[in-house]
Design a protein around this ligand. Structure first.
Ligand code: SF4
Length: 334
């Protein structure tokens, strides 16, 4: 069943904070949210392809629950009406900050049929949060996550490896702490330096070095395997490639239009390396993978196969085998 999402961005509208990495106006691509959210969602629904049998209405950007109550209800009421009139709309989702969650807010969200709350946790290390000017603690995230789950909402945690003060260790501890909160899903956005942010100043002053793309891919590959072991769905890895990104909003850092693909390519490479190293081949070798995984095994521009060939001095090709699943790899002679 295919699932679509109609995002309505409320950039910075509801946020009194100034996180070091954030320029919501630029990321969301619009400064003024639609004044008629009901009309916005209704007309966007008409453009959803019939293959998508389920659609979520989503309030993203800014911090939705930081809106004045009357404004929040204005948006929620519009979404609730659209949902009631359209059976294909199965959920309402929104993103917010951990310290903008309270019992009262959750009761209001439940009343208007919100199904999913995405919390920007960003890090579970208090020093990293402080250096990023987040103005909330890891304890705030733990408390908010628990309240959201206790109210029966679906919980998505977003986090940003590679913030100022992060090390490989703090990043992996953050991922482990996030997994322990048992979210239904996560979004992993490696920290990139966006134009017109305080982080850009830090970067040009030489006070901040972002992760390289290679390093971020390696860390994310480990995190993907960690979340999968905990049965936590991974909705997204890396920022979306929007026109704004192409328009040079990204100053530095691990931004790649196919970042998620690079992560899965790395997982396949490491698995193949482990398998082949057990008994290095003396002749050209076929790597069998599950249907649909040829490009992940081959890698962009055949990177994985080239690396394996350099290491083992024989050539590799990839074929699909219907009896294999997910990351399985089997080897055989060509
Ligand atoms: S809380 Fe969210 S919207 Fe507000 S400044 Fe930080 S990242 Fe941006």
């Amino acid at each position: 069943m295919k699932h679509a999402s109609i995002p309505l961005f409320i950039p910075h509208l509801a946020c009194k904070n100034d996180c070091i990495f954030c320029n919501q106006k630029r990321i969301a691509g619009t400064v003024v949210p639609p004044s008629d959210p009901y009309g916005f969602f209704t007309s966007a629904l008409k453009n959803i392809h019939k293959d998508f049998t389920k659609t979520d209405l989503a309030f993203f950007g800014g911090s939705f629950t930081g809106l004045e109550e009357k404004d929040m209800i204005f948006y929620l009421d519009a979404a609730a009406r659209v949902k009631k009139e359209n059976p294909s709309v199965t959920g309402i989702r929104l993103s917010t900050r951990p310290d903008y969650i309270s019992e009262k807010i959750l009761n209001t969200l439940a009343m208007y049929g919100v199904s999913t709350i995405e919390l920007g946790a960003q890090s579970m290390n208090d020093d990293v949060l402080k250096r990023s000017n987040r103005n909330h603690s890891s304890a705030d995230t733990e408390k908010a996550a628990l309240m959201i789950k206790n109210h029966g909402f679906e919980l998505v945690l977003q986090f940003m490896p590679g913030l100022p003060g992060d090390t490989d260790e703090t990043i992996l501890i953050t991922a482990e702490k996030i997994a322990r909160l048992k979210p239904d899903a996560v979004r992993i956005y490696p920290c990139v330096v966006i134009k017109d942010t305080a982080l850009e100043d830090e970067y040009f002053a030489g006070n901040f070095t972002p992760l390289s793309t290679k390093h971020a891919v390696e860390l994310c590959a480990n995190m993907v395997l960690l979340f999968e072991r905990h049965n936590i769905n991974i909705i997204r890895i890396g920022l979306h490639s929007s026109d704004l990104m192409k328009n040079q909003s990204v100053v530095a850092g691990p931004f790649h239009p196919a970042f998620g693909e690079l992560v899965f390519q790395r997982i396949f490479y490491l698995n193949a390396l482990k398998l082949i190293s057990l008994d290095p081949p003396k002749e050209n070798t076929v790597l069998y993978v599950a249907p649909g995984n040829t490009s992940k095994m081959t890698g962009r521009k055949k990177e994985n196969l080239i690396l394996l060939q350099k290491t083992f001095k024989v050539s590799f090709s990839v074929k699909e085998c219907p009896s294999l699943k997910k990351y399985d790899i089997k080897r055989g002679p060509r």
